[in-house]
Design a protein around this ligand. Structure first.
Ligand code: DGL
Length: 311
């Protein structure tokens, strides 16, 4: 029998750091496997990832945290992003999660190593490696455009992750900050949207018989999947649009099996939605990202100040 890496001991948060409980207060194995999976993002965008995780793992419960008070992460310094991510992860650990998914690309690019180290033995997964894998599966020519936030592009993590899988790949990385604002505003189609996407990506279109600059666009930001049809319209039919949601769900599913953490399925799925600000706005905009209507009362407001261990 495979022993779960998390064993039968609960992980509790003391001042924002993980510590194993002493065996006397051991959590039962069934409590651990039926504990929720924590998912966090800087805002509502990560609900696009959560949607796919719930589809693939219908027996699992989830707690989602959107750090809406501090969105966007994509323009912040690496130090701030790491601090924010550590505080958000710390709060989810206090909710007893058995595993953590960093749905935010910016936090995955800049904080995953720090989170993995700080919160071991809880498995921490990001969306960056699964996204790079999806792009490498999709491309034929090896020419890939990655579109993401400023901080993700500056860190170059996508280019490195793609090159590790496919050393001959040519990666064209582009920061597309305004697309986050469009998606947050719920503007996903129409002339303004096309004009802005055209400004960022119009040169990738090749319908005049010239060779395509890329054959794949990787959506390296949580907000971009809702803009996928508009992006496809701009870059043209010869270019595949991929995101990390499907491959992240596959990695999560495999991790639950490897660590014997899959829910036993008796309790039924639950979903808790937490945000650091603006329950009404979270519900309004988040419904589009999650693909189901949300009410303001579905969203609990939390304060991350108590999770200030990382400074
Ligand atoms: N969640 C961020 C990402 O995926 C986008 C929004 C932000 O800048 O915080 O990179």
């Amino acid at each position: 029998r495979v022993e779960p890496a998390i064993s039968l001991r609960a992980v509790v948060m003391v001042g924002g750091r993980s510590e194993s409980m002493h065996p006397g207060s051991a959590r039962q194995r069934s409590d651990v496997v039926n504990a929720p999976i924590g998912v966090f993002d800087s805002g509502v965008g990560g609900l696009t990832v959560l949607r796919e995780l719930r589809r693939v793992l219908p027996q699992e419960s989830f707690v989602y945290l959107g750090d809406t008070a501090r969105l966007p992460y994509g323009t912040k310094s690496p130090e701030s992003i790491r601090r924010y991510a550590q505080q958000a992860a710390g709060l989810l650990l206090q909710h007893g999660v058995k595993c953590l998914v960093v749905a935010c690309n910016t936090a995955s690019a800049l904080a995953l190593d720090a989170l993995t180290e700080e919160f071991a033995p809880v498995p921490v997964l990001g969306v960056l490696e699964p996204g790079a894998a999806a792009a490498c599966q999709a491309t034929r020519s090896g020419r890939i455009a990655v579109i993401a936030t400023e901080s993700t592009i500056r860190g170059d993590a996508y280019r490195l992750a793609i090159s590790r899988r496919r050393p001959d790949a040519q990666v064209d990385s582009r920061a597309c900050a305004l697309l986050v604002a469009l998606a947050e505003e719920g503007w996903t189609e129409g002339p303004v949207v096309e004009a802005i996407i055209g400004r960022y990506l119009g040169d990738l279109r090749a319908d005049d018989g010239t060779e395509q600059r890329v054959d794949t666009v990787l959506l390296g930001c949580t907000h971009f999947p809702v803009l996928a049809p508009a992006i496809a319209g701009v870059v043209g039919p010869g270019v595949r649009i991929v995101d990390s949601a499907v491959t992240t769900a596959a990695v999560l599913s495999a991790t639950l099996d490897e660590q014997a953490l899959r829910a036993s399925g008796h309790a039924g799925q639950t979903l808790r939605l937490l945000a650091t600000d603006g329950a009404g706005r979270f519900a309004r905009v988040g419904g589009t990202f999650l693909g189901q209507p949300l009410r303001e009362s579905d969203v609990e407001i939390v304060d991350l100040k108590g999770n200030a261990a990382a400074g």
